[in-house]
Design a protein around this ligand. Sequence first.
Ligand SMILES: *[C@@H]1O[C@H](CO)[C@@H](O)[C@H](O)[C@H]1NC(C)=O
Ligand SMILES: *[C@@H]1O[C@H](CO)[C@@H](O)[C@H](O)[C@H]1NC(C)=O
Ligand SMILES: *[C@@H]1O[C@H](CO)[C@@H](O)[C@H](O)[C@H]1NC(C)=O
Ligand SMILES: *[C@@H]1O[C@H](CO)[C@@H](O)[C@H](O)[C@H]1NC(C)=O
Length: 486
Amino acid sequence: MMSLECFIFILMTFLVTGVQCDMTEVFAEVGSLAVLPCQYSPASNVSPRIIWSKAGKGTVWRMEKSGLQMWGSSWSPNGNQRVRCPHTQFERGHYSLQILGVTEEDGGVYSCRLEQGGLSVETVVMLRIITVSISPSAPMSGKDVSFTCQVTPGFDGSAAAVQWMLNDSRFSRQTRVTSPGDKFKSIVKEKASPRLSGNWTCVVGYGGKEGRASAPLTVTGIIQPPFDDTKVYAAVGSAVTLPCVFSSGLIPSSPIWEKLQPGSLNKRAPSRVAPSFSPSSPSSQLPWDQSASLKEVDLKDEGKYRCSGIIQGERLARNIQLVIAKIDSSVPSKKKGSVTLTCQVSDTSEVTQHEWVRVTYDLNGTEAFGSIHKGKTLSISPLSEESWGTWACRFSGRDGTLGNITYHVPMMSGLSGPKSSGYSQNTTAVVGLSVFLLALLLILAQLYKNHRRKQGIFQYPAMETIIHTVSNEREEREKYRVKVLP
Ligand SMILES: *[C@@H]1O[C@H](CO)[C@@H](O)[C@H](O)[C@H]1NC(C)=O
Ligand SMILES: *[C@@H]1O[C@H](CO)[C@@H](O)[C@H](O)[C@H]1NC(C)=O
Ligand SMILES: *[C@@H]1O[C@H](CO)[C@@H](O)[C@H](O)[C@H]1NC(C)=O
Ligand SMILES: *[C@@H]1O[C@H](CO)[C@@H](O)[C@H](O)[C@H]1NC(C)=O
């Protein structure tokens, strides 16, 4: 099919007998290297004369039979040749023209004419330049942002297919296509949000060829967590950090953390923010990191929080939900000598699975996991050695583990827990004695641990603190019990 451009081109160039018009479509992203094909099967061993020219712009590059090369003045500014025709390919009949760092002005019709003997053959190439521009390139979350894909020279939009991609997935949203004058444009308008951040690519299909161009979008604002109502999981008694990080360099004024009242998203109850709730140590934090931490999570800390700060006169906010996990232990009345541990997560909307695993530590403090027991509850027999030690309840959602909580089962613990009311007097006496022995053992263990710590052998200080806290608690509980015994 002879297109209009081709026809005009032929009119503009001198009609030479033997001219063929096979227009080849070539797409190139602005700034990239464009390759305009030109190929002939060599008719003889005589070197041909090759002339690459652009419609309306004259000769781009030319090579005489002698091998002498010449560049059009605008293609070789100050001796920097923007175009080249790699001679290594000549033998195979390839005379492709390469244009480095194409600009929109380079778009247009090119011709490659080969003269050999009395014969003259011509190839016509249409070079279209694709540009993607995003305005503004770093919008604030919530502001308007527009994406424009422009093709120069343009074409009839109805004959073209345009697809927008964000990273590697299709972005199917209403686009506006315009083809005024000599440019083709596809425009997408959106409200900036962190989920639009990424590499935006416009893929254009026309005349059996496909071209693409990309541009990155960075949405500024609160980047961590990227979405509202992000859940943060923490075990009772553990430390937790609620993230709230603004884009690097964006320093919010009057940042606030608030706890939202349950049921209403917007009613604030700042007084209910727990006393242990504090912005993380300012010295270690960059001014755009407004994350806050709780040193020891309590059941009443559960709920929704809002972090906000003023940027360019507007308050940006992010809601974060703190979900608390705890373990309940109970002694089923009919099953003596058994303890049921239940893994409780205050919001299970994202939890799809619970599993229990026994954790053991070697001398180096390295964790090792035993076999996995699926389910929310775990029934153990505290009298059996297999139950002693640390048990962890891991809860996970569709995208993997959300968190875990550990429970320490000391030797005979089932008999010393707060809910061990179902035991007879007889057992309690035995328990009293063993508890005393256990306390002694723990003190010895503590002394030994301190000794080891002085030697600096313990490699996991944080974990040690957790274990230490747990055993301290237990010691206290048990001391109390020893005291009340006659
Ligand atoms: C796209 O990729 C970038 C960089 O890997 C990433 O930061 C961004 O979140 C991704 N965007 C989406 C929507 O997946
Ligand atoms: C963006 O996507 C295009 C097409 O998928 C790819 O060629 C380009 O390398 C990407 N750019 C970045 C910065 O990831
Ligand atoms: C403890 O760590 C040392 C050095 O990292 C290693 O050689 C040794 O095997 C470890 N011991 C155990 C019980 O894993
Ligand atoms: C519990 O979570 C901590 C921190 O993510 C991890 O180091 C530990 O291995 C987890 N324990 C279990 C039993 O999965």
